[in-house]
Design a protein around this ligand. Sequence first.
Ligand code: ATP
Ligand code: MG
Ligand code: FE
Length: 336
Amino acid sequence: VYILAIESSCDETAAAVVKNGREVLSNVISSQIALHTLFGGVVPEIASRKHIEKINQVIQEALDEADMTLDEMTAVGVTYGPGLVGALLVGVSAAKAIAYAKKLPLIGVHHIEGHVSANFIENKELEPPFLCLIVSGGHTHLVKMKDYGEFEIIGRTRDDAAGEAFDKVARAIGLGYPGGPKIDKAAREGNPHAMEFPRAKIEGAPYDFSFSGLKSAVLNYLNHEKMRGEEVSRNDLAASFQNAVVESLVSRTILAAREFNIRDVVIAGGVASNSALRAAMKVACEKEGFRFYYPSPALCTDNAAMIGAAAYYEYQKGTRSGWDLNAVPNLKLGER
Ligand code: ATP
Ligand code: MG
Ligand code: FE
């Protein structure tokens, strides 16, 4: 089974050819980061226009790199939500046009199912059920993957997503956009115990997260020190903030794995590429005797190979989308 996969939910135009859900024959990404950096974040209207300019070229490159033609594809998989509506529509329209012209099945893919499925590509032995910590720009969820594409939500953030917190703190301390990788880098030069920031706990919801209080604490600290005329070490601030996020993420994940008796722990989404999170989760899982899986950094952030992996398992389950497939910007986890 060969899936042509298309992803355009945010600021990367991406296409891939994936064989049997786990083998990536090509994975092409055209990133708009440089363009949006000018504005300090993703500008939706600019993103849609750029996707339109790039999409055909990116799809052709994916086919060329795989050394295959559209006639050899089994199905077309495309992200239809969640994401920016105008951006999603570009991928969905392209996928529909190809599927219709080539008489191929069309499979609408949930972007977050894609992030989770990125783990199948490099970990051939990984199969559900497993516990997954989803940490991306818009999501922070602790889920039990009961089967391919079947989520049981155990915990979620009450406010900001982890990636969002990284991006906001990075902006506040002048590291710019995109914040996650910049904090990760600065933190390597800083002391994670230099400042003591709060780890929020939610009464009666042991698996839920909250990052807005942490973000405010970082901003307050910064303002306070500035008022006193003190020089703040950006590296220490980045390391201390990151440490607080990582501790919250790891402690709840381990707690849930123990409580639900799941021995396979998986992380997914852009923040899963964070070096401190990977290191801390690895140590914690080893201590507990859990197996720990994570995608390589390039497969953590948005890409189309992960959409191809998810589409394959949906294809096997018989999932097919109609020609009325539409972009669903606020598609919820576990919804289709
Ligand atoms: P979603 O998948 O929820 O729709 P998204 O697609 O915008 O959101 P991703 O592409 O999965 O999000 O991830 C982007 C996020 O990951 C950004 O918030 C970015 O700051 C964060 N991120 C990327 N690399 C790192 C890193 N090394 N450390 C921490 N955060 C990171
Ligand atoms: Mg992105
Ligand atoms: Fe994403």
